[in-house]
Design a protein around this ligand. Structure first.
Ligand SMILES: N[C@@H](CCC(=O)N[C@@H](CS)C(=O)NCC(=O)O)C(=O)O
Length: 245
């Protein structure tokens, strides 16, 4: 018969709990990467950054594809996921929601507030990000100088900036308090401001500065920025013209 232990179970307190194992951030210094480096800096939780040099094709490595099957950064692995077991997450919006839920910060629990955060988060991942990305592509990277797509996507960035500017005319942040919606949009507004100068959008400009002044945002944006170099012709072959493998 098993003997009952006389030892009292040790209650887990902040002081004796094993230090949290770091989250691994698979990252390159781009607007989508910055969303997660900024969030992790805001949370102040331990993380280690693993660079995935997307210009050299590291996003196609089989080990990375297991974590991020869409061959895109960012992705994370949290060794202490649900049930205490490791979990990987890809897609920046899903990562922001996961981290917001896990740490209970920048993602309100109340349904009304949460709806607003999710509206603006989805607006970013489905609109602001892809449209600005296409504007970047046709203005900076397309070998052919194509007037129609350049105009179409820079017009769309301009329209989206107008939407954000109207929203921010009456509030400091996109969805109530500072949230994952602001974190998701910020780096893309910097990127899009090359095509739609912010002087035309004063409320958006003030928001950019308000968010950009946060120390965690400064640190997240600066993470491994020095690794990113101008694209070579070889890099272009890796990045552009991808088809199913
Ligand atoms: N919808 C994805 C987009 C991620 C994305 O496009 N990442 C780019 C860098 S900003 C990338 O990894 N590109 C690699 C490639 O094009 O092969 C997300 O929000 O996480």
């Amino acid at each position: 018969m098993a003997r009952k232990s006389t030892k009292k179970p040790v209650k887990k307190t902040k002081a004796n709990r094993a230090p949290a194992k770091p989250i691994t951030l698979y990252y390159w210094s781009t607007p989508n990467g910055h969303k997660i480096s900024i969030m992790l800096e805001e949370l102040g939780v331990p993380y280690e950054m693993r660079p995935i040099n997307i210009n050299k094709g590291e996003q196609f490595a089989p080990a990375f594809l297991k974590i991020s099957p869409n061959n895109r950064i960012p992705a994370i692995v949290d060794p202490d996921g649900p049930g205490g077991r490791p979990v990987s997450v890809f897609e920046s919006g899903a990562i922001l929601q996961y981290l917001g839920r896990k740490y209970g910060r920048f993602y309100p629990k109340g349904e009304r507030a949460r709806i607003q955060v999710e509206e603006w988060l989805c607006w970013q991942v489905g609109g602001l990000g892809p449209m600005t990305g296409q504007a970047n592509h046709f203005v900076n990277y397309s070998v052919e100088d194509l007037t129609y797509p350049k105009k179409r996507y820079t017009d769309e960035v301009h329209r989206l900036f107008g939407v954000m500017n109207r929203r921010l005319a009456t509030r400091k942040f996109l969805a109530g308090a500072y949230s994952i919606a602001d974190i998701a949009c910020w780096s893309w507004v910097l990127s899009g401001s090359k095509y739609a100068p912010l002087d035309e959008f004063p409320h958006l400009k003030a928001w950019r500065d308000r968010v950009g002044a946060r120390p965690a945002v400064v640190r997240g944006k600066a993470l491994a920025a020095d690794l990113r170099k101008p694209l070579t012709d070889e890099d272009r072959k890796v990045l552009f013209g991808q088809r199913a493998r």
